[in-house]
Design a protein around this ligand. Structure first.
Ligand SMILES: [Fe+2]
Length: 448
C-alpha cells in the first residue's frame, strides 16, 4: 500500500483528525440508529474522498448482516449471511480488508451490488469493534474518487470506526431500553384495563385518540411522547378502587361515585413512585389530570383554564369521547359518533377547551383504526377473524405451537351479531403472538 501515516503531511493529518472529532461529536448526539448510521456513513465517505459508504451490522440471532440505510439508493434494508463476502471475512478475522478491484477478489459478494444497482470497484472494509472488543458490524467505503485506498486511509477509517462502534452500541442500547419501556407501559395499560373488563382497550384507544388530536395541534415530539405515556397510564389509579365499586353494574350512589373519582388522585400517587426520565417528568401530573375541567370544577386538583396544560386538556376530551363511544356494557349500547361529538360540543368552554374540541371534530381525530381496538362483545376479549374456514384450519395447524403460548383458545360463546363469522376467541394475545399472526395469515383481523 502507498502513503503511510508518516508520508501524509501534517496539515492534512490535523485536518482529518478535526473532521473525525467533528463527526464523532455529531455521533454522540444521535439517539436514533438510522440517523446515526447516516451521519457515520456520510462522514466516512467525506473523509476518505470516496463515492459511497455503507455500514453492515451483525444480527447474531439470525446469523445475518443487515444494513438499514444505504446512501444514494432507495434500498432501506439489505440482509445477507454473516459468513459471506468481504464483510464476512472482516468479521471472521477482525482485520480490515483493502482491495483495488472487487470483482477480481473471490471474497467479494456481488449480491449487494445487484440489489442496490451499484458497481463496486475499490473497497476499504473496517470492522466495527466496541470498547469491550465485541464486533458489531463493518464499515465499507467504496470507490475512492482518486486512485485506490491507501494505508493512511486505513488508519483514519480505523480510528473513525472505533468511535462509530461505540456510538452505535450506545444507540442500540438506547433503542432496546426504549422498546423495553414501551412494552412495560403497554403491559401496565393492559393490566389496568383487565382489572375492569368493561373498559378493555380503553387506555390503548385513549392513547390513539390523544395522539391524533395532539398531532393535529402540532404538539412537539417531546410533549407528544409524554402525552402518549400519560394516556396509557391515566387510569392506573383504578387499582386503588375496590372491586364492588369499580365493577358495580348500574347506577352508583354518591359515596360510590366519590370512591371512583379517587382513582385520579391514586394515579398521581402511583406514578409519582416511578422514576421518569426528564422528558417524561410531567407524566404523573398529566395522567392524573384527565378528569379536570376547564371551568375548574374537575378533579382531583380543580385547576382552571390556563393552569391546565394543553396535553391535559387533550386527554380530558379523548377520555370522555372513548367512554361514550365504547361498546362496553351489556346494558349500555355504544353511543353513535355524532351524538358523542355533540356532547363534546356542549362542553366547549366549560368542561373542555373550545379550540381543541373544534379541532377534534374538524380534523376527524376520532377516526382511529377501530377494527384493531374495538371491543365487540362482552363475551369476547380478543377475537381473530379469518378470511375463511380453510384459513382458520390452516392457522390452527400451523400456529398451534409454543410461539403462540400467549394465546389461549377459548370455547366460543354465543357471539353477538357484530362478530363476523370465522372468528375464534382467545383470552389473551401478546404483542409477539399478534405479530406472528399478522405474518402468518393473509389478512387476519385481530380485535380487542
Ligand atoms: Fe379516569
Amino acid at each position: 500500500m502507498t502513503s503511510s501515516f508518516n508520508s501524509v503531511d501534517n496539515e492534512k493529518q490535523i485536518h482529518d483528525l478535526q473532521v473525525i472529532l467533528e463527526i464523532t461529536n455529531l455521533m454522540t448526539l444521535e439517539t436514533n440508529l438510522d440517523a446515526l448510521l447516516k451521519t457515520t456513513m456520510e462522514g466516512a465517505t467525506r473523509m476518505l474522498n470516496a463515492d459511497v459508504s455503507s455500514i453492515f451490522l451483525c444480527d447474531y440471532e439470525n446469523n445475518e448482516f443487515y444494513s438499514r440505510f444505504i446512501q444514494q439508493s432507495a434500498v432501506k434494508e439489505i440482509r445477507f449471511p454473516l459468513d459471506k463476502g468481504i464483510a464476512g471475512s472482516v468479521v471472521r478475522t477482525k482485520k480490515p480488508i483493502n482491495i483495488e478491484d472487487a470483482y477480481n477478489d473471490p471474497r467479494f459478494n456481488p449480491e449487494v451490488d445487484k440489489e442496490t444497482r451499484y458497481h463496486t470497484k475499490s473497497i476499504l472494509c473496517m470492522p466495527l469493534i466496541t470498547r469491550e472488543g465485541k464486533i458489531i458490524g463493518v464499515t465499507q467505503v467504496l470507490n475512492k474518487k482518486t486512485g485506490v485506498f491507501t494505508e493512511y486511509d486505513e488508519k483514519i477509517l480505523g480510528v473513525f470506526s472505533h468511535q462509530a462502534a461505540t456510538a452505535i452500541e450506545n444507540t442500540l442500547l438506547h433503542e432496546e431500553n426504549e422498546s423495553l419501556f414501551k412494552s412495560v407501559i403497554r403491559t401496565l395499560a393492559t393490566t389496568i384495563d383487565a382489572r375492569d373488563p368493561v373498559t378493555a382497550g380503553h387506555s390503548q384507544r385513549v392513547a390513539l385518540y390523544a395522539s391524533q388530536l395532539a398531532k393535529a395541534c402540532k404538539l412537539d415530539p417531546k410533549n407528544l411522547n409524554e402525552l402518549d405515556v400519560a394516556s396509557f397510564l391515566h387510569d392506573i389509579g383504578k387499582i386503588g378502587v375496590r372491586d364492588d365499586v369499580l365493577l358495580k353494574e348500574g347506577r352508583l350512589n354518591t359515596e360510590e361515585y366519590k370512591k371512583i373519582q379517587e382513582h385520579a388522585a391514586y394515579t398521581s400517587e402511583i406514578l409519582e413512585q416511578i422514576h421518569f426520565s426528564r422528558d417524561l417528568k410531567d407524566v404523573p401530573f398529566l395522567a392524573s389530570s384527565h378528569h379536570e375541567r376547564l371551568d375548574g370544577n374537575g378533579y382531583p386538583y380543580g385547576l382552571k383554564g390556563n393552569a391546565l396544560p394543553l396535553s391535559a386538556r387533550i386527554l380530558a376530551i379523548v377520555d370522555v369521547y372513548d367512554a361514550l363511544t365504547a361498546y362496553d356494557r351489556p346494558y349500555k349500547k355504544a353511543m353513535p359518533v355524532g351524538q358523542a361529538l355533540s356532547i363534546l360540543e356542549q362542553g366547549r368552554g366549560t368542561q373542555f377547551d373550545t379550540k381543541l374540541v373544534d379541532i377534534f371534530i374538524k380534523e376527524k381525530c376520532y377516526n382511529i383504526e377501530r377494527r384493531q381496538h374495538q371491543r365487540i362483545s362482552v363475551d369476547l376479549e380478543f377475537g381473530i377473524v379469518f378470511p375463511s374456514n380453510d384459513d382458520q384450519e390452516a392457522y390452527l395447524k400451523k400456529y398451534n405451537t409454543p410461539t403462540l403460548q400467549g394465546i389461549k383458545r377459548r370455547k366460543p360463546r354465543p357471539f353477538s351479531r357484530q362478530i363476523p363469522a370465522n372468528t375464534i376467541s382467545v383470552s389473551r394475545i401478546s404483542a409477539k403472538a399478534e405479530c406472528s399472526l399478522k405474518q402468518g395469515i393473509s389478512s387476519p383481523l385481530i380485535i380487542s
